[in-house]
Design a protein around this ligand. Structure first.
Ligand code: APR
Length: 249
């Protein structure tokens, strides 16, 4: 692990010596595993427990919104109780020291914002934000709703403001993400299986434009095939070491 981290650090230093760093970090559920939030795939993944067709697709929502709300009611406390881990905090350091300009996250758990990251783009929405399916009014959940589904004052049903499968991603967020990906010369990818598009496509766009790619994961993913550096391990362990070495601490 140390060898690969050292190699990644020198890759960033060489880039920094040549040109101004324009970077983003693409994160997935793996970065929050260290905070006690389950991932979707892999060991103990949510999609082994729940049928994602039933609870994570637009069709499933239309068929049975109560079922989705019951699943959220069961699990959402993990999100409210979760604290940012050392990986989230390492990305705040990266941002403060000019090595990370944006965090493009597929996560809906607000842990990057809780850790103190500023430029966070949530391409799959945020689970603590709910919206009325009739009037579109938003509300911010502070705790697990006691009555599900929560209803809007207009009489409409509220739904979690997260992107379900077969739904378009939030337009501003994904447009901005592609613009960032097009301009970047450094991409860090942390804790994503690279299986869900269009977010998974962002690093290949950057790669085509000559960007350096560093993957932090403990399994081989599609992104490792385009990576200049693959740091194998848990990001809550590897990212802090990477930052320490990069900042010569
Ligand atoms: N450190 C680093 N990587 C980890 C860790 C960890 N501690 N724990 C798990 N991982 C890796 C796994 O190896 C896997 O590659 O994180 C990845 C998690 O993959 P997924 O569960 O598929 O999560 P993600 O890639 O974010 O899924 C993308 O799919 O279901 C949809 O909308 C959902 O946003 C989600 C999207």
């Amino acid at each position: 692990m140390f060898e690969s981290i050292k190699q990644a650090v020198s890759l960033v230093k060489e880039l920094e010596a040549k040109e101004r760093i324009q970077s983003y970090v693409l994160t997935g559920a793996g970065i929050s595993k260290g905070s006690g939030i389950p991932t979707f795939r892999g060991e103990d993944g949510l999609w082994d427990t729940y049928d994602f067709e039933e609870v994570a697709t637009l069709e499933g929502w239309m068929r049975n919104p109560e079922k989705i709300w019951l699943m959220y009611q069961e699990g959402i406390h993990q999100i409210f109780d979760a604290k940012p881990n050392a990986a989230h905090k390492a990305l705040v350091e990266l941002e403060k020291n000019g090595y990370c300009h944006y965090i493009i996250t597929q996560n809906v758990d607000s842990l990057h914002q809780k850790a103190g990251s500023e430029n966070v783009i949530e391409v799959h929405g945020n689970i603590a934000r709910i919206k009325c399916i009739i009037c579109g009014k938003f509300q911010q959940l502070k705790e697990t709703p006691k009555i599900v589904p929560p209803m809007c004052s207009c009489g409409g049903m509220m739904r979690p403001d997260v992107t379900l499968f077969n739904e378009p991603l939030p337009e501003d967020e994904i447009t901005k993400s592609f613009e960032i990906a097009n301009k970047a010369n450094l991409v860090l990818i942390v804790g994503t299986s690279a299986e869900v598009y269009p977010a998974a496509r962002l690093p290949s766009i950057s790669k085509k434009n000559g960007a350096k790619i560093i993957v932090f994961n403990f399994e081989q993913t599609e992104h490792v095939n385009i990576a200049d550096s693959f740091i194998e391990g848990k990001s809550e362990k590897t990212l802090p070491i990477f930052i320490e070495m990069l900042l010569n601490r």
